[in-house]
Design a protein around this ligand. Structure first.
Ligand code: ATP
Ligand code: MG
Length: 267
């Protein structure tokens, strides 16, 4: 299954500035086109405010663009039929702000279990109890089964983010949008979660749209990279080996920082 956006434009109303023509609009995405093939991991890199989360939301079916199309295997994600059918099970998103993406009144076991119940309704459920599947998902993100009984406020930020990742993979979606999803985790948990995501990609052919500032994670996780600047795609790198020759200014500054850290570590 492949995912595309074609000539997508998104604008938002500016809150304060009002002109004689009414509220001005700020264009967050300008004529964006891209494709994510089945089993592919595509990185999206760009500075703060460049439009990354906005593009992630368009791809996830959460934000209808002003113009242009987002499609899943050629079907418009925003047409009535696709939206109501199985789309919700095909795409998961892990948000940058995990604190607002879980219901504080649900225990961890119910947060993940809710996703599994969606699967059982669609007849794709595994033949194991929800409880044992939750335990196995928690284990895969490095948390013990006892966390199933805790409430979100009883977890650290990194632990809660891992619960969100477990919830996203539970439905075995075709595409997972990871919006700075692992940035808040410590280095060893990041590696553990990236290994899990790579394993799931190998087993189930998941595709990833990996939004990040971390070029080291990109080289570990992704096949291709696109760079976004002020709502425009400025450059795309089709082979990770070519990353050192990237021209995009922001990409070069990130690259210089990574190289500096490497030199400091080895020197
Ligand atoms: N719901 C909204 N209403 C108004 N403006 C918005 C909204 N969402 C995003 N924007 C604006 O659109 C632009 C792009 O925002 P977006 O969140 O996509 O950036 P980003 O690249 O994800 O940044 P960051 O790295 O800080 O997360 C910003 O200027 C932002 O202020
Ligand atoms: Mg963002």
């Amino acid at each position: 299954m492949n995912f595309t956006v074609e000539n997508v434009n998104v604008s938002f109303r500016k809150e304060r500035q009002k002109s004689v023509f009414g509220r001005e609009r700020q264009q967050a995405l300008k004529n964006i086109s891209l494709t994510i093939n089945q089993g592919e991991s595509l990185a999206l890199v760009g500075e703060s405010g460049s439009g990354k989360s906005t593009l992630g939301r368009v791809l996830s079916g959460l934000l209808k663009p002003d113009s242009g199309q987002a499609t899943m295997d050629g079907h418009d994600i925003y047409s009535g039929r696709s939206r109501s059918s199985s789309l919700r099970n095909q795409i998961s998103i892990v948000f940058q702000d995990y604190t607002t993406s879980v219901n504080p009144r649900f225990r961890v076991g119910d947060i993940i279990g809710e996703s599994l119940r969606v699967l059982s309704k669609s007849g794709q459920a595994e033949n194991k109890s929800v409880q044992s599947q939750v335990a196995s998902l928690l284990d895969q993100v490095g948390l013990s089964a006892s966390y199933a009984l805790r409430y979100p406020h009883e977890l650290s930020g990194g632990q809660l983010q891992r619960v969100c990742i477990a919830r996203a993979v539970a439905v075995k979606p075709k595409l997972i949008v990871l919006d700075e999803a692992i940035s808040s985790l410590d280095a060893s948990t990041q590696t553990q979660v990236m290994d899990l995501l790579q394993e799931l990609r190998r087993l189930h052919g998941f595709s990833y749209f990996f939004i990040t500032h971390d070029l080291t994670a990109v080289t570990y996780m992704c096949d291709r990279i696109i760079f976004l600047h002020c709502g425009h795609i400025t450059e795309s790198v089709d082979r990770i080996e070519d990353l050192p020759w990237v021209q995009d200014e922001y990409a070069r500054s990130l690259l210089a920082a990574v190289i500096k850290i490497d030199i400091e570590k080895t020197g």
